[in-house]
Design a binder for this molecule. Structure first.
Ligand SMILES: Nc1ncnc2c1ncn2[C@@H]1O[C@H](COP(=O)(O)OP(=O)(O)OP(=O)(O)O)[C@@H](O)[C@H]1O
Ligand SMILES: [Zn+2]
Length: 480
């Protein structure tokens, strides 16, 4: 079984073949830290977290880097609005980022480089591009000359000439930057200092870096000149990743990344969920209403390249799905004296999981295998509580449970053993059921059959079937 990936650069699904066998260098464009993260950011972080975990599970050593963009107009604007500094805004939202990601079970990256910590590397790169004729200074700024780079447009499939035609050669005369550029598609590598804004010394005078150059510099510093996998949201393909390629490849003469992978957007009513559009729900607000693992299930239930439309119904369905998994995952704790995933696993099920996921990270296909195991364990758990017996042997069930726990862990879907007594799938706990059965017995004794039937119906509508046994004993099972 080979892992194949859809490479945005070649528009094809290709076998994965890292530069150094057994080892993967992976870079993800991270967050611009000027606000709380929303569900769109959660999707990006969760998807690439799971890709990283999966590669590790296949046996690769993975070095995973994600940056923070902590120099940016949006951060500056917020700082001005709040009468504080850019550093303090960035610090606050970096802290919030780590809190949110911990709740979602996203593993920390191996390093989190920041623009403010990478200034030397950025300046070196700009200088190199200038030396090689790809960059020109203009009145305190430095611009990248896109038409000097042969491969410009190869990632996004956009031709510079088409872009030019689209822009109809018009130059916005009231935009001071536009007047400094030799070509409208040139972009800033370095921006001369503006009054009252943070700035750093450089050979071009005081100023600050552009957005695209920081990623080129951080990739190089953290992972080298050519990396295996570069990832980010599909909104970054153009211009951000196109510009990263132009910068890095012009400087080194080598490919920046062997595989470019992009996740689809979280949308709301067809539009990208975005801070700027104001149509977002923060991870914090979301986690007030839904369980973190339900959010993960929502994200992993769609193929990573497809858009997800955010709705409450979608999250409710993902919650139900998660509860099925949770019931399966709790089997070992409830019935197998709480051992966890260290035991043997079933090769056939593992094979099916890998076969699904190896096809361009089809996590939804992998999840389907997990649901199947979880449903069987849930059913056998019910058998065990109500008849004391199971259909399969307990040894087989232990192997299935280990398989489920191991593979769900690869997707970062885990239960907290302390939470196992929470209400199960239908939201009704064992003790609530027992209480209703008691009430029903009392009603029956009083010959209030209407009430006793009502209770039976109520439980039935919540997925609980009652079985009246001889001697007035009532047992129950969870159906479904
Ligand atoms: N709606 C979304 N769905 C999926 N990924 C997203 C979404 N919005 C942003 N991302 C991804 O999150 C990462 C961080 O993005 P960044 O901080 O630049 O957000 P942004 O695009 O400025 O957000 P916004 O558009 O909300 O202002 C990027 O990889 C980006 O592609
Ligand atoms: Zn980037």
């Amino acid at each position: 079984m080979t892992l194949t990936l859809h490479n945005t650069l070649t528009r094809r699904e290709e076998p994965f073949d890292p530069l150094i066998p057994g080892s993967v260098g992976m870079y993800c464009c991270g967050i611009t830290v000027y606000d709380y993260c929303h569900l769109g950011h959660a999707r990006t972080c969760v998807v690439w977290d799971v890709v990283r975990r999966y590669l590790q599970y296949l046996g690769y050593r993975v070095r995973y880097i994600q940056n923070f963009t902590d120099i940016d107009d949006k951060i500056l604007n917020r700082a001005k609005r709040e009468g504080t500094t850019m550093e303090s805004v960035a610090e606050r939202f970096i802290t919030a980022y780590f809190e949110d990601m911990e709740r979602l079970g996203v593993k920390p990256a191996d390093a989190y480089p920041r623009a403010t910590h990478t200034l030397d590397g950025i300046k070196r790169l700009v200088h190199e591009l200038e030396q090689k004729g790809y960059a020109y200074p203009a009145d305190g700024d430095v611009y990248y000359s896109v038409r000097r780079f042969q491969g410009y447009g190869k990632l996004s499939g956009r031709e510079l000439d088409d872009l030019r035609a689209g822009a109809s050669g018009r130059v916005e005369t009231d935009d001071p930057e536009a007047l400094k550029k030799h070509d409208p598609f040139d972009f800033a590598l370095w921006k001369g200092a503006k009054e009252g804004e943070p700035s750093w010394d450089s050979p071009w005078g005081k100023g600050r870096p552009g957005w695209h150059i920081e990623c080129s510099a951080m990739v190089r510093e953290q992972l080298g000149e050519t990396i295996d996998i570069h990832v980010g949201g599909s909104d970054l393909i153009f211009p951000h990743h196109e510009n990263e390629i132009a910068q890095s490849e012009a400087a080194t003469g080598k490919p920046l990344a062997r595989y470019w992978l992009h996740n689809g957007m979280v949308k709301v009513g067809g539009e990208k969920m975005s801070k700027s559009l104001g149509n977002f729900i923060t991870i914090r607000e979301l986690l007030d209403k839904y369980e973190p693992m339900a959010v993960r299930s929502l994200i992993l239930g769609a193929h990573y390249r497809k858009p997800i439309d955010f709705t409450d119904e979608g999250l409710q369905a993902a919650t139900n799905g998660w509860h099925t998994l949770r019931d399966g995952l709790s089997f070992g704790y409830r019935y197998l004296s709480g051992e966890n995933g260290g035991g043997s696993i079933e090769p056939e099920l593992e094979h099916r999981f890998i076969e699904a996921v190896n096809h361009d990270f089809n996590f939804a296909g992998g999840l389907a295998v997990l649901f199947e195991i979880a449903k069987e364990l849930r059913k056998e758990g019910n058998n065990l509580s109500h008849t004391g017996k199971t259909e399969a042997s307990l040894e087989d069930l232990a192997v299935k449970w280990h398989t489920l726990a191991r593979l769900a862990g690869v997707l970062g879907l885990e239960i907290d053993p302390a939470s196992i007594d929470l209400p199960a799938t239908d939201g009704i706990s064992d003790s609530e059921i027992e209480a209703l059965i008691q009430q029903r017995a009392t009603a029956k004794k009083a010959k209030n059959y209407a009430e006793s039937d009502r209770i039976r119906e109520e439980l039935k509508s919540r997925g609980i079937a009652l079985i009246d046994r001889p001697g007035g004993v009532t047992t129950w099972i969870r159906e479904g």
